[in-house]
Design a protein around this ligand. Sequence first.
Ligand SMILES: *Cc1c(COP(=O)(O)O)cnc(C)c1O
Length: 388
Amino acid sequence: MADQVRSQDAERSDGWRPDTVAVAAGRPAPEPGAPLNQPLVLASNFRSAPPGETVGEYSRNNGTPGWAALESAVGALEGGRAVAFGSGMAAVAAVTDDLTVGARVVVPVDSYQVVRGLLQDGTEQGRWHVDAVDITDTAAVVAAVDGADLLWLESPSNPLMEVADLPALCAAGRAAGARVAVDNTFATPLLQRPLDLGADVVVHSATKFLGGHSDLLLGVAVARDDAEYARLYRRRVLSGGTPGALEAFLTLRGIRTLAVRVERAQESAGVLAARLAAHPAVERVRYPGLPGDPGHQRAAAQMTGFGAMLSFEVAGGAAAGDAVVAAVRLITAATSLGGVESTIERRAKLAGQEHIPPGLLRLSVGIEHVEDLWADLLAGLDAAAAAR
Ligand SMILES: *Cc1c(COP(=O)(O)O)cnc(C)c1O
């Protein structure tokens, strides 16, 4: 099933730009009378073939046309072969589940805190050893990856917006014999294609920008080659971390508007980052699009845009940060990100985030009018100043 849609997309999408691929990939065969969109497929069980022939018979083992359409679109966007999972973490676990006992994993200190939690649990269970590294220190990561089995990368990172030198680190990881995985959730495949930069696997929390409407959980892992694809696919069969039918449908529907959403949100993020950086109450803004950001040059070299996520610190630490979050009315105080609605969170309030400055606020910029977002942030900054 998956192979049919995939080869059709490979044939039709030849030469199309990513924004077009997001709209055109993963559609039913262009036959008269066919629906334009892959309909919602609610099926676990499929008729068996006569002896001697094989067909997909059971969705956990063989997928559904609904999953295949989504996987084909994400695979076309990332330049690899995709396997959809029930959440971003299920996709992450599909990568780590393949590690053998005693494996060594190199992971950035600043990476999604549940990924760190998963690796921490495995360490405590004696499954593997983890080296946490400063991902911006390329020489230190290259040294740490010697003898490692998995190099985990996330760039830009959640929530410090750190930028890893992906081409250099992917090359070093592969040279050292490590599998290289990149969490591409913040960038989306429209702004960064890690497989082209040398990674073996890309994972997404499609819950965020790909879905884009804060109404589903879904994950995707995308393999560079067929052997890696087979490993990921087998993890889904054995773990049962399958995506829901409706979630797969909605994620593909979200991908149709990914380019316009990301374009708009990214433009606003650039404006807000610059204004925040110039505001007297703001001590630091982290956004790779700012020319003075430590990750700016790397991001400019490996991304086609700087994305819709930024973090900033207000004078006054945690109390001031909390005052901003309490005062905003348009921007929602919420932990998730990547939706059409802007969200804000003081990340250091979460466990396992001790490396994060206490007052740091992570802002996921949505598609509201930028001036309304700015007015809301200004009101928040005023409230923080009044609370000091
Ligand atoms: C949310 C997130 C995840 C986990 O995805 P879920 O869909 O919540 O399981 C992984 N990585 C990053 C960067 C995230 O933001």
